[in-house]
Ligand binder design. Structure first.
Ligand code: ZN
Length: 190
């Protein structure tokens, strides 16, 4: 199975105005190691084929401040993919779909424990992330917020608890109710 890699790239362009990407000489120090100052960290990993057997491009994520941060997320992708045995091609492909869709909708990876539970109990992995699920995840990750803020968020979650896919919800509610409640912090991560 593909292990993936982490690497640095930058936004410099060459004489032909094309992006240099990983080829920029400033990315490497004279000794060959990565420059500490230039470029941002990325990772890349091959994903299993689609259910139809079509190959898909690798998953690439950019903008990590450190190699450790890129490695950590890459590790989470590996963990997610490892929830299916190599022979379980349909399940492997479903997990890859879930990873891509969840990243597109929420910008974060699916939670490994949640997906593991779904795989064990043979639940459908193809359902869209709902607002309620996403907000619950959000609150779990926000361990340090004040209790009053947490209660306020939980109130919003109950108030707007709906089964709309997150993408649609963002369009309809993002500028209204929760925004008026001055929950800029919540919106910063949506
Ligand atoms: Zn550069």
């Amino acid at each position: 199975m593909a292990e993936g890699t982490t690497f640095k790239r930058c936004s410099c362009t060459g004489a032909d105005s094309k992006a240099l990407g990983q080829k920029c000489p400033k990315l490497r120090r004279p000794g060959g190691g990565w420059s500490h100052r230039h470029g941002v960290w990325n990772y890349q990993i091959e994903l299993p084929s689609t259910v139809e057997g079509r190959r898909r491009g690798p998953l690439r994520r950019s903008g990590f401040a450190s190699q450790e941060a890129a490695e950590a997320e890459l590790g989470q992708v590996r963990e997610l993919l490892a929830l299916a045995d190599p022979g379980e091609t349909a399940l492997r492909s479903q997990i890859a779909d879930l990873i891509k869709r969840t990243l597109a909708e929420t910008r974060v990876l699916p939670n490994v424990d949640v997906v593991r539970r779904k795989v064990r109990t043979r639940q459908d992995l193809t359902q869209q992330v709902t607002v309620a699920q996403w907000l619950e995840e959000f609150l779990k990750r926000k361990r340090k917020i004040e209790e009053t803020t947490r209660r306020s968020y939980e109130g919003h979650i109950r108030l707007y608890l709906c089964v709309n896919p997150l993408k649609a919800w963002r369009r309809s509610y993002a500028t209204s109710a929760l925004n008026r409640a001055d929950d800029a912090c919540l919106f910063a991560v949506i």
